[in-house]
Design a protein around this ligand. Structure first.
Ligand SMILES: [Zn+2]
Length: 123
């Protein structure tokens, strides 16, 4: 990956981790994204074309080495950062519309002060 690619990237698929620059389409949800390839895979699983466990896949830590787990956790962290950035942009738009920190805090189940400290960018 060149640094130019990294600059052009806006978001990553929350399922496979590919950046928007590497997939045809990326659909946005609240703090998450899914690429056209993962949508197609999910559709195949729903259609029954591809088998799937009844429950969502969870990491099987017992079968992973420490190094494998270490290489996985940056992807988990990237999802948190992506979701945080999405939440921040929603809050910025609410502030632009004149919505108070009190109401934003109430919506998030935190105090006005906590909302301000987390999202205002001021100290
Ligand atoms: Zn994907």
């Amino acid at each position: 990956m060149t640094s130019t690619d990294a600059l052009d990237e806006i978001a990553h698929c929350s399922f496979c981790g590919q950046p928007d620059t590497k997939v045809e389409k990326l659909v946005a949800g609240p703090g998450v994204y899914i690429c056209n390839e993962c949508v197609a895979l999910a559709a195949s699983i729903i259609d029954g074309t591809i088998g799937s466990p009844a429950r969502p896949r969870t990491p099987v830590w017992e079968s992973m080495t420490g190094d494998e787990m270490l290489s996985h956790i940056p992807r988990v962290a990237a999802h948190i950062e992506q979701a945080e950035a999405d939440l921040r942009s929603w809050v910025q738009e609410l502030r632009r519309r004149g919505v108070t920190w009190t109401r934003i805090g109430e919506a998030l189940g935190i105090t006005r002060q906590s909302a301000w400290e987390r999202f205002s960018g001021e100290e």
